[in-house]
Design a binder for this molecule. Sequence first.
Ligand SMILES: Nc1nc2c(ncn2[C@@H]2O[C@H](COP(=O)(O)OP(=O)(O)OP(=O)(O)O)[C@@H](O)[C@H]2O)c(=O)[nH]1
Length: 446
Amino acid sequence: MNDDSTTTISEPVPRPVGSLGRRLVLATLGFCLLFTLATVGLRTWTAWQNNLAEMNAELALIDQVFRSTLSKAIWEMDSDSLHSQLDSVVQAAPIGRVELRIIRAGREPELVQRQRGEQPAEHRAPRLQHQLTYEPYAGASETVGELVLEGNEELLWERMLAEVYDIVITQVIQSLLLAGLIMWMFNRTVTLHVRRIARHLTRLTPDNLDRSLRLDRSPKRHDELSLLEGGVNSLQAKLSAYLERQHQDELALAAHRDRLAELVEERTAELRAANVQLEELSRSDPLTGLANRRQFDEIKEVEFRRALRQDQPLAVLMCDVDFFKRYNDHYGHAQGDQCLRMVADTLQSVFARAGEVVARLGGEEFVVLLPGVDAEAARRAAVRLQQRLAERELPHEASAVSPYVTFSIGLAVLDPDTMDQFDQLLHRADEALYRAKTHGRNCISA
Ligand SMILES: Nc1nc2c(ncn2[C@@H]2O[C@H](COP(=O)(O)OP(=O)(O)OP(=O)(O)O)[C@@H](O)[C@H]2O)c(=O)[nH]1
């Protein structure tokens, strides 16, 4: 199976830091080396034993062949035959040295020996020692000598070397073949798939979690690798489901957030409008819609300072409805409110120019601020106000000065030499109003 069928991104796969295959190769080679050494040692020891036994058997055979003829030659004192037989014995390949001790009654033993070339001082080849007896007639056996056969050291080592060479060669080949087979098997059945899993995991991104891992082997196999394959695919499926859920949650959260932002915006706009309304309410008189004392207090200081600074005139009219208590008593409080609204409307119609301020200070008392207006112009404005009110003919049957609602007006203008506070000007207007009241009402006093 092609790897590209499981993944599409051709990202380079980093070389593994340590390779399982390489470690297995080293371990297998190490094991095979030890195994080879042990096997070579064992087989060499066995070969040595076999060679010794074989040479021993050869010596025994030679001994058997020459024993009787040598005994006979000694008995018959046939020196030529004896020497020629000894020469023949030493010619045999397995013989390294032959020694014959001739025993004759009444004589010192005579030693005859033959040797093949130079024999080493340390002798490891087998050695056969045998008494030679001769039986001149039945029942009369006599010892005539002693035969010693020593194996051919050189031949023994030659045979051993050839055999050790064979052992080493076959054993090394055997071990290398075994190591190669193990490595090939491991690589095919494990390393290859582990690499594929690592490559698959490396190329995995949140976008290709649906591409499952498929190992190139029979699906009928159920072992650790198939468990790993199943585990990876199951993990991918869970991760994919989790990411999808997270995505849905994020979308829902974003929608909630947008809705919340909209709501906050709506509420903020509402609050802003309510604040503006509250601000207006807090600065206006609810009955007449005129500026209240609070707004008037803010404006008066500004206008007063400006007038002083610019050396401009500033006039104040204090206007009070005459006999309003009686009005209330006569027409009722609700009608009294309606009357106040009409009076306020009259004030606004007269003083509608930019900069002119009309405020209700409380009860039936109103104040008019006229920036840039001197005493004469203020008086004319006050007269105009009284005229406009009279024109409206608001009935006031309880009034002692007119059948209609009237105003008493106190007028004061700014005197920069004696005034440095607006309240001084207001106080002056108040005093003028008082005088207007005491002078009969429905009049203007300055
Ligand atoms: N209907 C109504 N009456 C109010 C309001 N505020 C104050 N008043 C009444 O206005 C009357 C003012 O009476 P006073 O201060 O004695 O003055 P007056 O009766 O106009 O007498 P003078 O000012 O001397 O001419 C009181 O009876 C208050 O109850 C209001 O908002 N509505």
